[in-house]
Structures are given as structure tokens and as C-alpha cells.
Design a protein around this ligand. Structure first.
Ligand code: NAP
Length: 265
């Protein structure tokens, strides 16, 4: 029997994927490469970035550029934009803010979180959307968080900064769609990455339990009984960057195993 795969219709397109040497960003890069997309990858540490780039070149035969830079700085954004000035696809991602409670954070912490998780993706879109509009085609996926729909108590910085980005996308996506430029947000619930390990360590310390117990407790309350796999997340990202989403505008796609309990929406 012949192997059949859905053709995403984006082979030969060029994508920028921010914060993509590990975790969810890397999984998005791998799935886009599988669909034949040439990539520009970014992260701060050069070694894991180069390792990911080489693995993708070897596995999928696409062109992969790398930019080692902090995407939350204007210089980092500039370097990525110079490496790929005509991106057809933009995946916005960055590290998440530190956990804590509302009384921990002053102006400096708020400015850092808003810069990283709201202004950085907005600045990347502001720079890239005009070229996409001129060329009549573009796809943007913003990796945000399930915390946009359902606040996570220890991640107040994330809850708020990402809600601001979500508001920007809600308006802007509807202004650029008629030019063939499609923007949507992808909201991860708990996935098996380094980030979740760090958060579980904080929970384990807070409740004086082992890391294994913290993980088991968190997995048990998810309707699936486990955390999500980055490769599935990457597949959804690639679909949201595909030729098939031309009528899907400004949506917030939640991948959380059903953890957000609601009848609709
Ligand atoms: P991760 O496994 O820690 O990977 C983060 C990636 O981003 C790494 O490649 C890291 O490389 C890069 N990075 C971080 N800060 C950067 C910066 N300022 N500039 C450039 N690259 C940067 O994290 P993840 O789990 O994939 O999470 C990705 C995003 O989704 C985060 O914002 C996170 O808060 C959010 N999220 C994750 C989950 C989850 O369960 N995993 C759930 C909800 C939301 P360098 O450190 O070398 O820069």
C-alpha cells in the first residue's frame, strides 16, 4: 500500500522560527522542514542551535540558516530579519517568564515579560507583514500559552503579557487577511520540554515532594493522563502555516489535552 501524506503546499517557502533550538520551537522547525520549508532558526546558545540545524539538514534536506541571538532585543530581531529578509512564514516564540506570585514583580520584571512575550512578537510581525502583504501570501503562528484562556497562578507575567499579544493579533489578523496573510496563535498546555521540567521543579520544592511526584500529579489531572509531545505540537504549527488555512483568521488554537474545562470555546 502506498504511503499517503497530506501535502501542506508550502514546499520551497522560507520560514523564520524564533527560539527554536529546543522544545516547541524546534518541533515546529522539524515539522516545517518535513513539509519542505527552508528555515532560519534562532536561539541564544550557539551549540544546541547548530546541533538542531544540522539534524534538520540531514533529516530533511532543506536549507537551514542559524542566528545565535537574543530575540527579545532589537539587535537580535535585526540579525534574524537580515538573515531572512523575505520570510513567507514566521513562527514567533521565546522563553517564558519566571514563576512567582503577583507581589514578587515590580516594574523591571513586568517590562522584561512584556518585552519578551508581547513586544518581541509584535515587532517581528511589524517588520515582516509588509513584505508578506506585497507578495500576497504569508503565515504567522505565535506560540503563546494556555494561560491566555485560563490563568496559571504562578505565571502571572505570562498570563498578562501574552493576553496583550492576543489582543494585538485579534485586531491585526483581520486587517491583513485580505492580502493572503494569515495570523493565528497556538496555545500550548503542558508539553514535555525543558521548560516544563523547570516549572515542575518549582512545584516540587513548594510542596516538598519529589520531581517524579510533581510530574505524576500534574499528568494525572490532564484528561489524557499525560503531557503533550512536542512533535504533535509541531505538526499543528506546520498545518497552521500551510496552504489550507486561508480561511482561518485570528484564532487561538489550544493544545492542552482538554485541560481547559469548557463546553465550547
Ligand atoms: P524550552 O524547552 O525551554 O525551549 C526554549 C527555546 O527557546 C530554546 O531553544 C531556547 O534556547 C530558546 N530561547 C529562549 N529564550 C530565548 C531568547 N530570548 N531568544 C532566543 N531564543 C530563546 O521551552 P518550550 O517548552 O519549548 O516553551 C516555548 C514557549 O512556550 C515558552 O514561551 C513557554 O513559556 C511556552 N509554553 C510552554 C509550555 C510547555 O509545557 N512546554 C506550556 C505553555 C507555554 P536558548 O536558551 O539557547 O536561547
Amino acid at each position: 500500500m502506498r504511503e499517503r501524506q497530506l501535502d501542506l503546499g508550502i514546499a520551497g517557502k522560507k520560514a523564520i522560527i524564533c527560539a527554536s533550538s529546543k522544545g516547541l520551537g524546534r518541533a515546529c522547525a522539524q515539522r516545517l522542514a518535513e513539509a519542505g520549508v527552508d528555515l532560519t532558526l534562532n536561539a541564544r546558545s550557539i551549540e544546541p542551535l547548530e546541533a538542531t540545524a544540522e539534524q534538520i539538514r540531514q533529516s530533511y534536506g532543506v536549507r537551514v540558516k542559524t542566528v545565535a541571538a537574543d530575540i527579545a532585543t532589537p539587535e537580535g530581531q535585526q540579525a534574524v530579519l537580515e538573515a531572512e529578509p523575505k520570510a513567507d512564514i514566521l513562527v514567533n516564540n521565546a522563553g517564558g517568564p519566571p514563576p512567582g506570585v503577583w507581589s514578587d514583580w515590580g516594574r523591571e520584571q513586568w517590562q522584561a515579560a512584556v518585552n519578551q512575550n508581547m513586544l518581541t512578537p509584535i515587532m517581528m510581525m511589524t517588520a515582516i507583514l509588509p513584505g508578506m502583504i506585497d507578495r500576497g501570501w504569508g503565515r504567522v503562528v505565535n506560540i503563546t500559552s494556555g494561560s491566555v484562556k485560563s490563568p496559571i497562578p504562578q505565571l502571572g507575567l505570562s498570563n498578562a503579557a501574552r493576553a496583550g499579544l492576543t489582543g494585538f493579533v485579534a485586531g491585526t489578523a483581520r486587517q491583513v487577511a485580505r492580502h493572503g496573510v494569515i495570523i493565528n496563535n497556538l496555545l500550548p498546555g503542558s508539553h514535555n520540554t525543558d521548560r516544563i521540567e523547570t516549572l515542575l521543579k518549582t512545584t516540587a520544592l513548594q510542596h516538598n515532594i519529589s520531581l517524579e511526584e510533581a510530574r505524576a500529579n500534574a499528568e494525572a489531572v490532564n484528561p489524557t493522563g499525560h503531557f503533550g509531545e512536542p512533535s504533535d505540537f509541531g505538526a499543528m504549527c506546520a498545518f497552521l502555516c500551510s496552504a489550507h488555512v486561508g480561511f482561518m483568521v485570528g484564532q487561538n488554537v489550544l493544545l492542552d489535552g482538554g485541560a481547559f474545562n469548557s463546553t465550547m470555546g
